[in-house]
Design a binder for this molecule. Structure first.
Ligand SMILES: C[S@@+](CC[C@H](N)C(=O)[O-])C[C@H]1O[C@@H](n2cnc3c(N)ncnc32)[C@H](O)[C@@H]1O
Length: 284
């Protein structure tokens, strides 16, 4: 089923609308500025008001009928944004102490799974870095999209990396096996608080050492960054649409703390990170 928004428009309607709107706009037009944008900060009040509570909307990339070419374009756009935002280094810093400990204990290869791995960019980069440092790791990528898993497997093969991919829907299924660490990026905002609670419990129960989650924060600056950087860094209309929708659906720090409390996870650490993200780390 294609994702349908509250006005009954399918993903394809939205992409078509977006492309049509784009092509009919002059280059220098106020439309190129983000909606709500004003140099007068009091005029940003309506956006601040809008971002006060979560507005969870279907994302185009989650549409199982999204054509492979558009899906790939969107995932490549996301990769460019990751390069700009320094995503890989943040995960690397979180993983390094665990990797060093495991190497000292000579406990065999660590198993690390990325849930909602998209096209596997994060896994490929981390696999390359850990191989360069001589760490033995068994990498696993999971995503509920068959297209994402196929693209990820293809890209990992092309890069010469040894990464396994498996189609998993975290809401209805479990990870294929128990792992040492789960990593997870730009994923949690897709879900209602109750489902996010279930997911974090699953992450805790499926790991022996830790899980690290990075996601967006629902802030005015985050909204403008998603709007502007999305357009500067990629031409994918799906990223342009999903970027701001993701910020509108993102958790605030207080909300994510409530989700953790409901999941009975009391020792996780949450840090704010540029650009308008949070990193949640839980160690067993
Ligand atoms: C915004 S993308 C992020 C991809 C990747 N983690 C990254 O940071 O580039 C979210 C990913 O989560 C996947 N996803 C969404 N819902 C899921 C679910 N219920 N189970 C597994 N994967 C899911 C989507 O297919 C998509 O690849």
């Amino acid at each position: 089923m294609p994702a349908i928004d509250r006005l009954g428009r399918s993903s394809y309607d939205l992409i078509t609308l977006h492309l049509r709107a784009k092509s009919s706009r002059p280059i220098f037009s106020p439309h190129l500025l983000p909606p709500y944008f004003s140099l007068n900060t009091t005029s940003n009040r309506s956006l601040r008001q809008r971002l006060k509570s979560r507005n969870l909307q279907p994302e185009l990339m989650d549409d199982p009928e999204l054509p492979r070419e558009q899906h790939d374009h969107a995932l490549r756009g996301l990769t460019t944004i990751h390069r700009f935002s320094g995503l890989v280094n943040r995960f690397w810093r979180g993983l390094l102490p665990i990797l060093k400990r495991s190497q000292q204990n000579q406990s065999g290869p660590l198993k690390i799974a990325d849930m909602g791995c998209g096209d596997g960019y994060l896994l490929r980069q981390l696999a390359r870095k850990s191989a360069a440092h001589g760490f033995a790791v068994d990498w696993i990528g999971c995503d509920f999209s068959r297209t994402a898993c196929d693209l990820a497997a293809q890209k990992a093969r092309d890069a010469g990396g040894n990464i396994r991919f498996q189609k998993v829907d975290i809401l209805t299924g479990d990870l294929p096996e128990k792992v040492d660490v789960i990593i997870n990026s730009l994923f949690l905002h897709h879900f209602e608080a109750g489902d996010a609670e279930l997911i974090l419990k699953k992450f805790r129960d499926a790991t022996t050492q830790a899980f690290i989650v990075e996601d967006l924060r629902r802030t005015v600056v985050g909204y403008y960054l998603a709007w502007t950087c999305g357009r500067l860094l990629t031409r994918s209309p799906i990223v342009h649409y999903d970027g701001v929708v993701s910020v509108e659906g993102a958790f605030s720090i207080t909300e994510i703390e409530s989700v953790l409390a409901a999941a009975d996870i009391h020792t996780a650490k949450i840090c704010k990170r540029w650009p308008e993200r949070f990193v949640l780390t839980f160690h067993h």
